[in-house]
Design a protein around this ligand. Sequence first.
Ligand SMILES: NC(=O)c1ccc[n+]([C@@H]2O[C@H](COP(=O)([O-])OP(=O)(O)OC[C@H]3O[C@@H](n4cnc5c(N)ncnc54)[C@H](OP(=O)(O)O)[C@@H]3O)[C@@H](O)[C@H]2O)c1
Length: 283
Amino acid sequence: MDKLGFKKNQKKVLVTGAQGMLGQDLCNILEKEGFLVIKTNRSNLDITDFKVVEKFLNEKKPDFVTHCAAYTNVDKAESDYDTAYMINVVGTENVAKVCSKLDIIIVYISTDYVFDGAKSSPYIPEDKTNPLNKYGLTKLQGEEVVKQYCKKYYIVRTSWLYGYYGNNFVDTILSIVKKPEIKLVEDQIGCPTWTVDLSNGILNIFNKPYGIYHICGTGQASWYEFACEIFMQTGLKVNVRPCSSNEFPRPAKRPKYSVMDNGGAYRSWKEALRNYLMLTKRI
Ligand SMILES: NC(=O)c1ccc[n+]([C@@H]2O[C@H](COP(=O)([O-])OP(=O)(O)OC[C@H]3O[C@@H](n4cnc5c(N)ncnc54)[C@H](OP(=O)(O)O)[C@@H]3O)[C@@H](O)[C@H]2O)c1
């Protein structure tokens, strides 16, 4: 132990957005793996304030920053672009600048919504980006500032997250089973991803070369298929019908196809879902 109480060689990871859905699972998993985790949130580290970021990182001197904090309301970002830009672009720029100056490795969490969905085979990290909505645009601009300022970076694109610590599709669907009929879109296809699997993926990335990675559940589903699988695994008999996105117009346009190639490194989304449903005592 040194005089600050750190074990010799114990790596320090600072997590932004530590109270978010991903942040909470990630912090738990990092701690279990023996990292010293510095959990930050909007009140102790507002990423939009450069001076605060500079002072905080200078004091804590982490080895890694895992930057999970973000403006994540996809629909609201259409009418509240300035706030989304401030958090996702300016906030990320602040973190990236200080990481670069202090030689800290940054892990930036990005999204499948950087893609436009025009492809019909899984997106690889090198594919052309072309976001359809403002949230996706700000997350892509976040990627760009990370690349601009940092040499030691990991950009992790993920998709369709669900987890114990946040409002998510699985829990929402299970809360509305008593409705006589549930309609869900079948013309948006992506990769459901459990935050625990993503967190384990982030942990494993620390030993890999710097660059862009796709971490998501293996396989693909439409929102309709995702719901059918939830009902199948939980044994619930629910009247669920497929429909088109046109029936449910939303402020933000979504890609029709945002399946990502994860290099075969992660388990199937159906297996992960089963694990989540078991842990949350639904099966
Ligand atoms: N959810 C998904 O399906 C999905 C898909 C692809 C990628 N991602 C990415 O994955 C990451 C984690 O997503 P998530 O779903 O876990 O998000 P989340 O639950 O919304 O958590 C985001 C966290 O960021 C914090 N935050 C917002 N503004 C901040 C600021 N100015 N300073 C410091 N912290 C701030 C929020 O705090 P407050 O609660 O105080 O606002 C919140 O705790 C994000 O980068 C997101 O873009 C998510």
